[in-house]
Design a protein around this ligand. Sequence first.
Ligand SMILES: [Zn+2]
Length: 374
Amino acid sequence: MKKDTPFEWDESCRRAFQNIKGYLMKPPMLMAPAPGKPLLLYIASQEKSLGTLLARNDDQGKERELYYLIRTMVGAELKYSPIEKTWEEETNLVSVYVIEEEDWRQQFLDYLEHKKLPEELKARAYVRRVAPQFYLFNNTLYRRSYDGILLRCVSKEEGQVILAEAHGGIYGAHQAGPKLHLQVKQLGYYWPTMLRDAMELARHCTTCQLHANYIHQPPIPLHPTMASWPFGARGMDIIGPITPKSSANHQYILAATDYFSKWAEATAYKEVKAATVVDFIRTQIVYRYGVPRYIMTDNGTLFLNKTMDNFCEKFGIQQRTSTAYNPAANGLAEGFNKMLCKILKKTVVGNKKDWHERLGEALWAYRITFCTPT
Ligand SMILES: [Zn+2]
């Protein structure tokens, strides 16, 4: 390009740039052979050289490379006819064998069923030492966990499916690795590398990377709220207005969290008035869990009004508000809101307008999330 030529970014430039970007994002990588999948062999023979490519189709049906072989012909080989060259190549091709990894459960099954121990000394000692933790029932291997519950032993492949479902499936809360590991254990599964696999899966989840938290705040001491029994005190909050509105025109979520059990209820609304709040407390809390002793709210006018006062007086509920001096008092409800929004964000990825339908899923995910006391 000459010095004074005005530069114009046109369609062809854009396409070229996209191509370069596309290529950089997908560097050619060799794949591993998969057991049971057919291999494809390509051979090209030229005047002075030979080339071979071993490939297989991946899960999307796209062809992926496994192995290359290129050879320059020397001496008498140069006189071969193309067919002979091809033959030469085929006889020289490295044979690729897929050595199938043995299922980790096999050695314990062998020992528990037939008292058969592995050949290798180290493996022998290992099986002898660890086998008492395992238990065979109806041809299924179980492992005794520390709290005495039998965990079903699954293969590594089955484990991957379980992890994917628990992390990002219909009730998945996209939890971090260690929590995911605990949840899968709570669901009753075991395989030796479950913690490592869980960390790996959570780290590589695209949705998690898109919605990861950035912590910009310095750590501050927590203000725990004491609750003495389940369903005694509820923290309430309104989330919204949420943009975009859902396809059913919902814009707000009313949420109530129990201080003791952390059990949460949430409902989506088109608009929230004092009557809506009262209705929510009556149908979602009182009719389901009984009359709470306290309801903690922030200072919003929707919580502090005549309708609400009348309702609370009728049921004998005490209203407590978090004042400007102690904004942390309603921290639990806000903590739940944050968590719920996070889960919603991750479950509503494709279609942002269907969030009101995903609310139930998000609540389910939140309720079965493995909670550690803070
Ligand atoms: Zn995730």
